[in-house]
Design a protein around this ligand. Structure first.
Ligand code: FES
Ligand code: FES
Length: 154
């Protein structure tokens, strides 16, 4: 097993640790840091359940190794809320966009990346930019409703 020392900012906290170079960022977050809000679905870049924001951009954390993120900054769903839920989290609840919830953390992180880039997106823009996030429960309309709602509130 080959290891590498990494220094990584996760949700504002610095972690300096050795990682197996084969371990993905998703596994590292969940197994080493206990941040289990990031979900692993397909584990091959197809479902978006593992989406986190890495250096300001949404990434599928199952496709990146923890070793590759050395020196970077990661934001996970756990880092989003302050004293209160983040407006996106609240909007997902208010608009009924959460059913089983498995896709929700990844959806919300992708939505955050969209609103960071485009604070007033159209439904079409959201739909296009959320194509990598799969939900088996909601049919997507309520997810888009909630992102529109969060955009209004933000
Ligand atoms: S678990 Fe990473 S894209 Fe599905
Ligand atoms: S709420 Fe169940 S997969 Fe999206």
């Amino acid at each position: 097993m080959k290891e590498k020392m990494i220094r990584l900012n996760v949700n504002g906290e610095i972690y300096e640790t050795r990682v197996d170079v084969a371990v993905t960022l998703a596994e590292f977050l969940r197994d080493d840091l206990g941040l289990t809000g990031t979900k692993i679905g397909c584990n091959e870049g197809e479902c978006g359940a593992c989406t986190v924001i890495y250096n300001g951009k949404p990434v599928n954390s199952c496709l990146v190794t923890a070793a590759e993120t050395d020196g970077g900054e990661v934001l996970t769903i756990e880092g989003l809320a302050g004293e209160e839920l983040h407006p996106l989290q609240q909007a997902f609840l208010d608009a009924g966009a959460v059913q089983c919830g498995f896709c929700t953390p990844g959806m919300i992180m992708s939505a955050k990346a969209i609103l960071d880039q485009n604070p007033h997106p159209t439904r079409e823009y959201i739909r296009k930019n959320m194509e990598g996030n799969i939900c088996r429960c909601t049919g997507y309309n309520r997810i888009i409703d909630s992102i529109m709602l969060a955009a209004e509130r933000l």
